[in-house]
Design a protein around this ligand. Structure first.
Ligand SMILES: [Zn+2]
Length: 425
């Protein structure tokens, strides 16, 4: 029996009946270029078939004319932290003397972020570590149609050794030590409603007293986490910076390696990832942020600049080795997922491969490639209609005016064509 993931149980209500998207130029998510024009036939919220535009559609099937427009799968952002709100541009910063912020304000801001993400063509998000239950509450709100947003995978707390990060991100980590305690920490996350496990194998580059090496966990501890999650049918996303922790996670069978910026120094590990189907999530946006946004300690900025260079080399090497790459911007704003898409291209991925990372790559990271990430029969109709060719003009995905329509499970939910008209006053 298929695992009943909370993210799927809370998913958007699918469209009912049939519909046809007629005459679109198609980027299908597989990494081949834009083709078509095609007609995409939907049934009950899923893609039923993709056919040549010349083939007729039954007269009783409602059609939407997309001639001159481009169609692609919705974006998938697999590395976000929705509840780290201090980095959100719109987060209120009261003046001295203003009423202090109330604790539940955060839920409203997370909901706003999710709505904006959907508007920007992001149809699936994986939150890789959160404070409180805000993310789980947002997911439940979407289940009951309080608002519409992306499909939302959550991990609850980040499983970590007792480590400085647990103090720097107080409340976001479940610290555990020894294989039995780690196994319990894993079980607690599923009790809470996690869809996968996020594991820290190393320290974080945003914590001044954590170094990339050595690994923070022992081999039996990592093995216990991966074994318990996999035994129960769930996947593991491993935060890996230094090579010792990266090696531990890769050899233990973690499903995705988050960051992994030094891996170009270990081509054997990249080969192992390609062979074992493990996904790399390079998170270039946040690597750049630490190096460039002027808010970090001088030591972290220096390390951050080095990390950007290392991540560049690793992206190239991973691509050459055939490792599946997925998009994750590693900030609180998946509405800016396309920034990471552009980063992937700036760091040398061909735009077709960067778009593949933003769609199918994310689906593979989630273990959901049979359900999303491509425009193929059987997949959910999570689709984006653009008025620009995403391969030739990937920047169009940063521009809300170019994102004409977003569908979730076949339902048109957002896009410039659905925005209220401007009155011009
Ligand atoms: Zn992260």
């Amino acid at each position: 029996m298929a695992l009943r993931l909370p993210a799927i149980l809370a998913d958007h209500r699918p469209a009912s009946g049939m519909a046809a998207l007629v005459g679109a130029r198609l980027f299908d998510g597989t990494g081949s270029g834009v083709g078509g024009p095609v007609t995409v036939v939907l049934r009950d919220g899923r893609i039923e078939r993709v056919q040549d535009v010349a083939e007729p559609v039954p007269a009783d099937v409602p059609g939407l004319d997309l001639a001159g427009r481009y169609l692609m799968p919705g974006l998938v952002d697999v590395h976000t932290h929705l509840s780290i709100l201090e980095h959100v541009d719109s987060f209120p910063r009261p003046e001295h003397g203003a009423e202090p912020l109330l604790p539940n304000l955060t839920g409203h801001i997370v909901a706003q972020t999710l709505r904006r993400s959907l508007r920007m063509g992001v149809t699936t998000v994986r939150d890789v570590g959160a404070y409180g239950d805000t993310v789980l509450e947002a997911r439940q709100a979407m289940r009951y149609e309080v608002f519409a947003g992306p499909r939302l995978y959550a991990c609850g707390r980040i499983v970590s050794a007792t480590a400085p990060g647990g103090r720097f991100f107080d409340g976001m980590y479940r610290e555990a030590d020894g294989p039995d305690d780690l196994r319990r920490a894993v079980r607690e996350q599923f009790r809470r409603g996690a869809d996968f496990i996020k594991l820290m194998t190393t320290g974080a580059r945003s914590v001044e007293i954590e170094d990339p090496d050595p690994a923070q966990l022992t081999p039996p501890e990592v093995a216990a986490v991966v074994d318990e999650a996999h035994r129960l049918g769930y996947r593991v996303a491993a935060h890996c910076e230094g090579l010792a922790g990266s090696e531990l996670a890769i050899l233990a069978g973690a499903d995705s390696i988050e960051h992994g910026m030094y891996l170009h120094r270990r081509p054997d590990l990249l080969d192992a990832m390609a062979r074992q189907g493990q996904v790399l999530v390079p998170t270039l946006t946040f690597l750049h942020a630490v190096a460039e946004n002027g808010t970090w300690t001088p030591e972290l900025v220096e390390q951050g600049k080095f990390n950007v260079e290392e991540a560049h080399e690793t992206l190239q090497a991973a691509h050459r080795a055939g490792v599946t790459i997925a998009l994750g911007q590693d900030g609180p704003a998946p509405e800016r997922a396309a920034d990471e898409l552009v980063r992937l291209i700036e760091h040398g991925l061909p735009s077709t491969d960067a778009l593949r990372a933003a769609t199918l790559g994310g689906a593979v990271a989630l273990g959901a490639e049979d359900l999303l990430g491509t425009v193929r029969p059987g997949r959910w109709a999570d689709l984006v209609v653009l008025d620009a060719d995403p391969v030739q003009q990937p920047h169009a995905l940063q521009d809300p005016d170019r994102i004409r329509l977003v569908l979730r499970n076949g339902v048109p939910v957002a896009g410039a064509d659905l925005d209220p008209p401007h009155l011009g006053i």
